[in-house]
Design a protein around this ligand. Structure first.
Ligand code: SF4
Length: 466
């Protein structure tokens, strides 16, 4: 019992300094004989807690004193002179995320099956990861130390889950008291210090929709341009997240939300010059509506939250069609034959599949390819989870008898960003063994390269990208 109680904490104890993971050859780091496993403890006398600290404390400095604890236990003091732009060639251990103290009604961690990868249960709430990767935090438990750090190190922009500016509703959604739910002072302080904020609303029918949503958008728009944009994404329920206080998002709810928010968007567009409040792609797909045009999204401020992905993908396919059109205008008979050999199946989430099929059908007619789209149901999470990024190894494997052609593709986004592993813990190479044809994990760029290169080159590209 004791061991069970302390294990999670023990695995996350933070050691002093930051550990070097890799040293690139022919760089200052290599010249200084730094090695993976060494820890940087201080730069110019200031303590280093993680690689952001190292970056902040060393940037712009040409003369540095670096205290290193070698992996052998020895302590080194290195005095360095370098050109301002000269890189150390070091990469570091990952940041161990701080976790939240909320009990959100819709928390994705509650939506996981017991057997899910342990990392899926990490309730990260970390302003560093928000700055680095666009992870959302609620700011409810940010410490004074972290506030100062965001300001001093200019960790801008920050991504903040607001959900509702009505305190009663925000507190209810986050499962905390109203006092903690009130982040207006913290947001003001960050904004006054020049930190930009991208906000998020997880839209829960009958809780923060309708009038509450309108007020939330209005209140946040009043803080524009420091609050730069708002992403409105739908609640996702799995078979494990079935709190009776939550109402599923239906196609009809999505249509009503689009109608409501479109009116607000056009008012904001004429007043602020930006759409400002963006609806998640899933809302359009579920409503059976077309996603807005390219200019609606401006410079895609919330693309990390998946907002505008469908539009961006559709535009890339159109560009690809035009490029292929130009090439095939003068193509030889043999290159036409090469392209026509491209015959395989692209798997994606059930929600996106019909839209992708339309795009791929057009692409097929331009490229002379025979690509088939297969919508994959999410049996692992169940509920209304239908996006490609949450499909698991088991879900893809269940499709093996429905593959047409010589190869199959899964979306790259279904794999962990830094490892070839799927959400249910299955390794990609094990999933490949389940299929009778070669299986590849592609993003759009790899797919486009494969289609454009055609024939024998296609196979080379596939092998490399896989
Ligand atoms: S803040 Fe995020 S991780 Fe924490 S309970 Fe809410 S949804 Fe879950």
């Amino acid at each position: 019992m004791y061991e069970f109680a302390v294990t999670p904490a023990v695995t996350q104890i933070r050691r002093r300094g930051v550990e070097i993971a890799e040293v690139a050859p022919d760089t200052i780091g290599a010249e200084l004989e730094l090695e993976p496993g060494d820890r940087i403890m201080r730069v110019n006398g200031r303590v280093v807690r993680d690689y952001l600290d190292f970056r902040f404390q060393s940037s712009g400095e040409t003369e540095l004193t670096i205290d290193v604890r070698k992996k052998t236990g020895e302590d080194w003091e290195l005095n360095i002179e370098r050109d301002e732009a000269e890189d150390f060639g070091l990469s570091f251990e990952q940041i161990v995320p701080r976790q939240c103290a909320n009990e959100c009604l819709f928390c994705f961690c509650k939506g996981n099956p017991e057997t899910a990868r342990p990392s899926l249960f990490v309730r990260d709430e970390d302003v560093r990861l928000s700055f680095l990767y666009g992870n959302y935090t609620t700011l409810t438990s940010i410490t004074e130390d972290e506030m100062r750090r965001v300001i001093e190190q200019r960790l801008t922009p920050q991504y903040v889950s607001v959900h509702a500016t009505d305190l009663e509703v925000r507190a209810y959604l986050l499962g905390i008291d109203k006092e903690r739910a009130d982040i207006s002072g913290k947001m003001r302080r960050l904004m006054e210090a020049g930190i930009d904020i991208h906000a998020q609303v997880v839209l829960c029918p009958n809780i923060n929709d309708g009038e509450i949503l309108r007020r939330t958008i209005d209140d946040l728009a009043a803080l524009y341009p420091r609050v730069t944009s708002v992403a409105i994404v739908p609640l996702g329920l799995t078979r494990y997240l079935n709190d009776p206080r939550l109402t599923p998002v239906t196609p009809e709810f999505c249509r009503q939300t689009i109608a409501q928010v479109e009116a607000i968007q056009s008012e904001l567009k004429s007043r602020l010059g930006t759409t400002f409040a963006f609806l998640g792609d899933e809302i359009y797909l579920k409503a059976g509506a077309r996603v807005p045009a390219r200019k609606h999204y401006g410079d895609y401020p919330q693309i990390e939250d998946g907002i505008g992905m469908v539009r961006s993908f559709a535009n890339e396919i159109e560009k690809l069609n035009r490029r292929i059109g130009r090439k095939t205008a003068g193509a030889t008979r043999s290159s036409d034959q090469a392209r026509s050999r491209l015959n395989g199946t692209i798997m994606t989430g059930a929600l996106f599949a019909p839209v992708l099929k339309e795009m791929i059908d057009r692409l097929n007619s331009h490229a002379g390819a025979q690509l088939h789209v297969l919508g994959v149901e999410n049996e692992y999470f169940g509920g209304d989870v239908s996006v490609a990024g949450l499909l698991t190894g088991g879900d893809f494997a269940a499709m093996r008898d429905r593959i047409r052609g010589d190869f199959a593709i899964i979306p790259r986004v279904a794999l962990k960003s830094d490892d070839a592993i799927l959400l249910d813990g299955m390794r990609f190479e094990d999933l490949q063994k389940e299929f009778d044809v070669p299986l590849y994990a592609f993003d759009f760029a790899s797919l486009a390269r494969a289609i454009e290169s055609g024939g024998v080159n296609v196979n080379a590209e596939f092998t490399k990208a896989a």
